[in-house]
Write a protein that binds this ligand. Structure first.
Ligand code: ADP
Length: 509
């Protein structure tokens, strides 16, 4: 068994290591693997609405690979019950006020085999539609109960009252859906430390105040020093306030959320806890996103043999009815279509891009008016712009491979994944200088980074890209610089492991 604390793991080469006190206690040489319960509302490939699902699949697998005993906890949505491996009944949980008897299953994640606990409670989780919304995009009216249950069970499994013989050393919570868990743990005497990771502060889980006591928290927790958020009850604030430590998914976003507007009303709390707030960049799944072995692509390529990328571009142009022009710079966009993602800025420069000889592919799903606007701009430019409204994993890989550049002008971006996939696929990213975009794209080296938050700012960066496109050797140098960057999960997993150790060793529990 690997030891979970080793001075050698705290490598000084770990240059982006978060500032935090060094653990004072060393475990013995043969200390058992550190146990971590990773509570999350979504994990790929079982259930995904965004980047959190990618992180929830890849990070626990990377933690297990470096010797931790990390297990997932997920709600038993129909897709989870159908897709998880070897699910078996593990326990019945009775002591959950407001919920009756709840069955806990244990199995494994597909692909990675990471151990998984599933909350089998059909009344709350087995539904048509997505994990948070029905088929018409409306939030489920009982979301507070659904995710209070997830939080409750996360806290219960982390406490001496757990019916399992496996108890974690630390609870890792992810986003508002698990935000009540640190509060439940706090009021249960803090048996283990809790880490609260924010993947996107824009989603806070806001509910009416009368649910505070209904969901099992003491009335006095409804205060500014507690779960109150401007007169309402915020699940995320509960997590941020009661967790032992807060992390977010890039160092720049960790700074940005300590101020308005990106603090989204929580900047005071976050700035007040800045000594306990760390940014750790997400990695990417380098097996899934590898142009030399990607089964979604019509042909493979690598930094050493780039010819296949040209064929991927031609195939994409043909599939999407774009003119098969090798010399036209083809820009790709794969995104939730929301205000956050700066889609309106892309649409505002689309005519100019086409006039300059460019092509554009947009793959996305989201706000109805943005979906309609994307389709309208494509209709205006047949052969030059394609808009595919929908969620299509295979096509997202083919766009990454077939495009020459990738547009990601997000107004804010906690980390972002596509700019990293793009660099790995030799597709030059054009990004706004915020959050993880700023932390992962090197301006003029692996992509183009613009400062001014507007369509004009984006356009100026696209003009710089056009100028470089006219110089094939320099373009190729930029492609290769991106393709050689290391975005694997291992470095991030080491940082989380270091943070876990520090929390456990300094918690004194
Ligand atoms: P966010 O989590 O804010 O949506 P990220 O960049 O962190 O943004 O992650 C988005 C993930 O979802 C990426 O893996 C991206 O490729 C994928 N994605 C987004 N929209 C689509 C789509 N329409 N089709 C396929 N994949 C998509």
């Amino acid at each position: 068994m690997r030891e979970w604390y080793s001075p050698h793991n705290r490598s000084d080469a770990n240059d982006n290591r978060p500032p935090m006190p060094r653990p004072r206690v060393r475990a013995t040489r043969h200390a058992p693997a550190m146990k971590v319960l990773f509570a999350t509302p979504e994990a790929r490939p079982l259930v995904k609405t965004g980047g959190l699902a990618d992180v929830s699949a890849a990070l626990p697998a990377a933690l297990c690979a470096i010797g931790l005993d990390c297990r997932l906890l997920l709600p038993g949505y129909s897709a989870v019950l159908a897709g998880a491996l070897d699910l078996q009944e593990r326990a019945w949980l009775y002591d959950l006020p407001g919920f009756g008897a709840v069955r806990l299953l244990q199995g494994r994640m597909p692909d990675s085999g990471v151990p998984l606990y599933v909350i089998d409670y059909p009344y709350h989780y087995q539904r048509e539609g997505g994990p948070y919304q029905d088929a018409h995009g409306r939030d489920y009216p009982d979301n507070a109960w659904r995710f209070a249950l997830l939080s409750r069970i996360a806290a219960l499994l982390s406490s001496p009252a757990s019916p399992l013989d496996w108890r974690p050393d630390l609870l890792h919570c992810n986003d508002w859906q698990t935000g009540l868990a640190p509060a439940y743990l706090h009021f249960a005497g803090r048996p283990v430390p809790a880490l609260m990771t924010v993947h996107n502060l824009a989603y806070q889980g806001i509910f009416p105040p009368d649910l505070v006591t209904a969901l099992g928290l003491p009335a006095e927790s409804f205060s500014i020093d507690g779960v109150e958020y401007y007169g309402n009850f915020s699940f995320l604030k509960a997590g941020l306030y009661y967790a032992d430590w807060i992390s977010t998914v890039s160092p720049s976003y960790a700074e940005e959320i300590q101020r308005a507007p990106l603090g989204m009303g929580l900047e005071g709390l976050l700035a007040g806890r800045r000594e306990r707030l760390t940014g750790i960049l997400n990695g990417i799944d380098t097996a899934d996103w590898n142009p030399s072995s990607d089964l979604h692509l019509p042909c493979s390529y690598s930094a050493r043999a780039l010819t296949g990328k040209r064929r991927c571009k031609l195939a994409l142009q043909q599939d999407l009815n774009l003119d098969p022009l090798p010399q036209a710079p083809l820009a790709g966009v794969i995104s939730r279509l929301t205000y956050q993602k700066g889609i309106d800025w892309i649409l505002a420069v689309a005519d100019r891009w086409v006039a300059a000889g460019g092509q554009l592919v947009i793959l996305g799903k989201g706000e109805a008016h943005l979906e309609a606007d994307c389709q309208a701009v494509a209709a205006r430019h047949p052969g030059r712009i394609a808009a595919i409204v929908g969620y299509d994993e295979g096509l997202s890989h083919r766009v990454e491979a077939g495009a020459d550049l990738f547009l990601m002008p997000s107004r804010f971006e906690p980390c972002g994944l596509n700019q990293m996939y793009s660099q790995r696929y030799g597709t030059v990213p054009v990004v706004h200088a915020v959050g993880g975009l700023k932390d992962t794209v090197e301006d003029g080296v692996t992509g183009f980074v613009f400062l001014e938050p507007s369509a004009e700012g984006l356009w100026q960066a696209m003009e710089r890209a056009l100028a470089l496109w006219g110089d094939p050797d320099s373009w190729r140098r930029m492609m290769l610089a991106g393709m050689h960057k290391d975005f694997s999960w291992e470095a991030s997993a080491q940082r989380y492991a270091w943070l876990y150790r520090m929390l456990v060793l300094t918690s004194g529990r």
